[in-house]
Design a protein around this ligand. Structure first.
Ligand SMILES: C/C=C/C(=O)SCCNC(=O)CCNC(=O)[C@H](O)C(C)(C)COP(=O)(O)OP(=O)(O)OC[C@H]1O[C@@H](n2cnc3c(N)ncnc32)[C@H](O)[C@@H]1OP(=O)(O)O
Length: 650
């Protein structure tokens, strides 16, 4: 049982999750059979896949044609036919344990013993589902998020008897379809993501029931002060208040009185026209930034951090996995472990202890792992250690970016795909830290790209704007300057939106290669702002006044072909030529003379703002200096011997 043995996949269920999983599986190149119990269910699911693929094709978000992808999908209502040849089966049937037992016992009969059996359940224990088979070691959870085509995260869950071999094969398969897996090493209720989201919705509901704030104050504070994509009540209205109610009820958790009242009144959210907000006679969730403030967000976040302590302390997941889970699964602006480390775990613990003492409610009981961290002085970032270690001598830890240094190429990935890689304060700090701390002797060239396939970077993270002080906002420039001043050439590898601060970051790089589907713009003016990361000046110098002012004043996007025509980027290329084109640039830069490139960059960057006379003086000084390097001797020798030079940077 390994990734290599997975060629054919069967998905059981053609509903929202089933057809979505089928679509992403086929998009990744696998042959897949989608099965449901009735022809009409299968047909509806197939139609939805076709509609979605045609949209993706229209927007040039897929490399193959929709027809090619569809040709890999078979449909059937016959279970045996669907799974007989499958190497991986993913069950996505309704959340009913008896039904799943029936399916899994049939799977035992119809599949070979080394077929991987996965369930997409979000609420039933994997262990309970696996009871229906004699080989529970091959049963695991593969929990996709809705809609699978858009959501990057998949939880890979161990049941009590799941073998490492099965879990690893599932994990690698998820990677092979271009999604991000996280391990959930124990079969806990809610897995990782729903364990954390529970208090996000539940605690504000208790607080409103106790008259401590209003719904609007709670939502406005969580969104406009704490940066969540949606307020807890807005989210409950969207998902259905009854959904959260039943999850709590089935899990034996206390139900906030206000939730109970809404369910009794059949005011279940958007689907009934009324929930915490009114969608028929009112304007829905229309809270305003000014309503933020009078809400005790720490009470909510302390409970989420406590849940994270449970997950980490009980070895269910690592802090990195928890944080990836909440960022990709819930769109949280940063990981909850990271946030705990920033707030201070001692502050979190104190809050929980006070509430536990005051209310006696179990939900505030601090987890022993949190107590242990605080007792050991590991109270977070300020202390140098918390969930994460903040060791000054090493690079990182980085939460919002990934980097790799291999063969002299520093490859940096902005890693906030759920926010279009928008520049949070953390991400800006991390770019600054990485480019100012990495040992440049080890680097010959760097690249910067965005995670996911939608954006290089959609600018500064606007969710923090309403809460930020003017001085915070003015503090964005260092990261851009650090990239601009980095002693090695930096290439921006742009696929998708490159806007606002994202464009400014790209402009701080030396060279820019983009896919044709990318778009560029300085939309700050639409927010009442101007570019604040060097954009006004670098655009002027790169494009000239007319074009720079067009971008800054109008705030419109331009496509990659126009960007190339204007000289904003070096190349606009087809998606399937993108990696090779960037590789050609990188190979020239990484193989070039390091000191020569460093001096060329410095002279050209600094000369741009100097008088011609001063700039020429800089150039000739640089030229003179280079003549004394070993690289020049090597370069000229290689030319004479008609071979490739091997520059050492000496
Ligand atoms: C010094 C520097 C200053 C600046 O840079 S100011 C900011 C300048 N940038 C912008 O104004 C761009 C803002 N974003 C957009 O206009 C749109 O997005 C796009 C055109 C890039 C894409 O639109 P669509 O395809 O409809 O996607 P979606 O639903 O708007 O975005 C997906 C998720 O990404 C989040 N997001 C996008 N841009 C930002 C951002 N700049 N800051 C924070 N979040 C952002 C959204 O909110 C949403 O998230 P959810 O799925 O949770 O609703």
């Amino acid at each position: 049982m390994s990734l290599d043995s997975i060629d054919r996949v069967a998905v059981l269920g053609a509903g929202n999750m089933g057809h979505g999983i089928t679509e992403v599986t086929a998009m990744a190149g696998y042959d897949v059979t989608m099965r449901d119990i009735k022809d009409e269910f299968v047909e509806d699911g197939y139609d939805s896949i076709e509609w979605s693929l045609r949209k993706l094709e229209e927007k040039e978000l897929i490399e193959e044609s929709a027809d090619e992808i569809l040709s890999r999908i078979d449909t059937t209502t016959d279970l045996e036919e669907a799974v007989a040849e499958a190497d991986l089966v993913i069950e996505a049937a309704p959340e009913d344990l008896d039904l799943k037992h029936d399916i899994f016992s049939d799977l035992e009969e119809y599949t070979s013993g080394d077929t991987l059996l996965a369930t997409n359940t979000s609420s039933l224990p994997i262990t309970d589902i696996a009871e229906a088979v004699d080989t529970p070691e091959r049963v695991l959870g593969l929990h996709f998020f809705n809609p699978p085509v858009k959501m990057d995260l998949v939880e890979v869950i161990y049941g009590q008897d799941t073998s490492d071999e099965a879990a690893e094969a599932g994990y690698e398969w998820v990677e092979s379809i271009g999604k991000t897996p996280i391990y959930v090493r124990k079969d806990v209720r809610g897995f990782v993501v729903n364990t954390i989201v529970g208090p996000f919705g539940g605690e504000p509901a208790f607080m409103i029931s106790e008259g401590e704030a209003t719904i609007r104050e709670a939502d406005a504070t969580m969104v406009h002060e704490r940066g969540y994509p949606m307020g807890p009540f807005e989210l409950a209205d969207l998902t259905g208040i009854d959904v959260g109610y039943h999850v709590r009820k089935e899990g034996g958790s206390p139900i906030p009185p206000i939730t109970e009242e809404k369910v009794e009144a059949d005011e279940l959210g958007q689907k009934t026209g009324k929930g915490f907000y009114d969608y028929e006679d009112g304007d829905g969730a229309d809270y305003e930034p000014e309503e933020a403030g009078n809400f005790d967000w720490l009470r909510v976040e302390a409970r989420m951090v406590n849940r994270a302590a449970f997950l980490v302390g009980e070895d269910v997941a690592t802090p990195e996995e928890v944080d990836t889970g909440v960022q990709l699964g819930l769109g949280f602006p940063e990981g909850i472990c990271r946030r705990g480390d920033k707030i201070g775990l001692d502050t979190v613990l104190e809050k929980l202890e006070t509430l536990y003492e005051e209310t006696g409610s179990d939900r505030f009981e601090p987890h022993p792992y949190l107590e242990e961290l605080v007792a050991e002085g590991k109270t977070g970032e300020d202390a140098g250690e918390g969930f994460y270690s903040y060791d000054d001598d090493s690079l990182g830890p980085y939460h919002d970016l990934n980097y790799e240094l291999e063969d002299g190429v520093l490859s940096v990935e902005l890693d906030r795909p759920s926010r279009m890689n928008a520049l949070s304060e953390d991400l800006l700090g991390e770019i600054d830290d990485l480019f100012s701390s990495v040992d440049t002797d080890e680097v010959r060239c760097a690249t910067i790209e965005g995670a996911g396939d939608r954006a290089f970077c959609a600018g500064a993270d606007v969710s923090g704007f309403s809460d930020a002080s003017p001085t915070d906002l003015m503090d964005v420039t260092p990261a851009f300057e650090t990239v601009n001043d980095f002693e090695r050439p930096v290439v921006a590898k742009i696929d998708g939106f490159c806007l606002g601060g994202g464009l400014e970051l790209a402009l701080a790089c030396d060279l820019r290669v983009a896919t044709e589907r990318s778009s560029f713009g300085a939309p700050e003016i639409n927010l009442g702002l101007i570019p604040g990361g060097g954009g006004t000046q670098r655009l002027l110098r790169t494009l000239g006044e007319a074009r720079a002012k067009e971008l800054v004043f109008r705030g419109e996007h331009i496509d990659a072909d126009r960007a190339e025509e204007w000289g904003l980027i070096n190349r606009s290329v087809d998606l399937d030529e993108f990696d090779d084109t960037v590789e050609e640039f990188v190979s020239d830069l990484a193989g070039g003379p390091p000191i020569g490139l460093k001096i060329a960059k410095k002279v050209m960057n600094e000369g741009e703002d100097a008088s011609m006379e001063a700039a020429l003086a800089m150039e000739s000084q640089g030229f003179g200096l280079l003549t004394s390097t070993d690289d020049v001797i090597e370069g000229t020798a290689a030319f004479a011997e008609d071979r490739e030079p091997e520059f050492e940077g000496e």
